[in-house]
Design a protein around this ligand. Structure first.
Ligand SMILES: NC(=O)c1ccc[n+]([C@@H]2O[C@H](COP(=O)([O-])OP(=O)(O)OC[C@H]3O[C@@H](n4cnc5c(N)ncnc54)[C@H](O)[C@@H]3O)[C@@H](O)[C@H]2O)c1
Length: 256
């Protein structure tokens, strides 16, 4: 489709399903040299190995690396695995979860479980990638998956929106910390994207049709549309873009 990621090794967390899977496949479509597919186990939902298979069909080498992003040692091992292809150039910290019972009374255990994935896991991945990029003295791009839920709040996403708002400021802060080393850090804020996460979270699934009707483009987004946005941020086309939150929501958060 394009060669904007030519010569680059791309690592994607949460890549066995939904948006992460689409980002990994889009990386291959945009000419990546190698793709590391990271997720909890080998076969959640669509599955890590099928994602690898789809990427290899495009003629791009890929590996599945079982990774729990909440464990710093896993994040370090994941980035080390990219050494097989020459080292990470684009790190996409995408893995994230919602809660079936979010809101003002969110349970303490659920709150901590969500923060562990959506904030700790994102930071550990970014840290691991940045360390390797600095050690190789190679400028790189780190993309953190936020959400429109990090820009606007909702009563049924108190914990989730808190985590995604934090992700946006994590990107801005890391952009400042890592910019002198030539490392860019940006966040992506998807709107309503048609994935398992959307369909399986009752309050979000219920709200989805209303979101679709209010979205200026009058449709849900497709995971591949997030994949293309991430490919742009990973590529040299965005060489002067850092610390930004790229909103990919069909216009939903632009209107009331
Ligand atoms: N679908 C949407 O409408 C939407 C909108 C805005 C933002 N997002 C964000 O996009 C990202 C992907 O969402 P999705 O819709 O593809 O969801 P999804 O549930 O389809 O995929 C998420 C993936 O993350 C993995 N994961 C969960 N916990 C993990 C952990 N501890 N370690 C490693 N992997 C783990 C899951 O196994 C799954 O494969 C999330 O960060 C989500 O918050 C989604």
């Amino acid at each position: 489709m394009s060669d904007i990621l030519a010569g680059k090794v791309v690592v994607v967390t949460g890549a066995a399903s939904g948006i992460g899977r689409a980002i990994a496949v889009a990386a291959a479509r945009h000419g990546a040299k190698g793709v590391i597919v990271a997720d909890l186990t080998e076969t959640p939902r669509e599955g890590g190995e099928p994602t690898v298979g789809e990427i290899e069909t495009l003629g791009v080498p890929a590996r599945f690396v079982a990774t729990d992003v909440t464990r710093r040692t896993d994040a370090d091992a994941l980035v080390d695995a990219a050494g097989e292809f020459g080292g990470v150039d684009v790190m996409v910290c995408n893995a994230g979860i919602t809660l079936s019972a979010d809101g003002a009374d969110v349970a303490e255990a659920d709150y901590h479980r969500l923060m562990a994935v959506n904030l700790d896991g994102v930071l550990f991945g970014a840290q691991a990638a940045a360390r390797q990029m600095k050690a190789r003295a190679t400028p790189g791009s780190i993309v953190l998956m936020a959400s429109m839920g990090g820009l606007v709040g909702a009563g049924f996403t108190v914990a989730y929106s808190t985590s995604k708002g934090g992700t946006i400021l994590m990107a801005k802060s890391l952009a400042d910390a890592l910019g002198p080393d030539g490392i860019r850090v940006n966040a992506v804020c998807p709107g309503t994207i048609d994935t398992h996460l959307l369909r399986s979270t009752p309050d979000i699934a219920q709200a989805a049709d209303g979101f679709r009707q209010r979205t200026p483009l009058r449709r849900l987004g497709q995971p591949s549309e997030i994949g293309d946005a991430v490919a742009y941020l990973g590529s040299d086309l965005s060489s002067y873009v850092t610390g930004t939150a790229l909103v990919v929501d069909g216009g939903l958060t632009s209107v009331i």
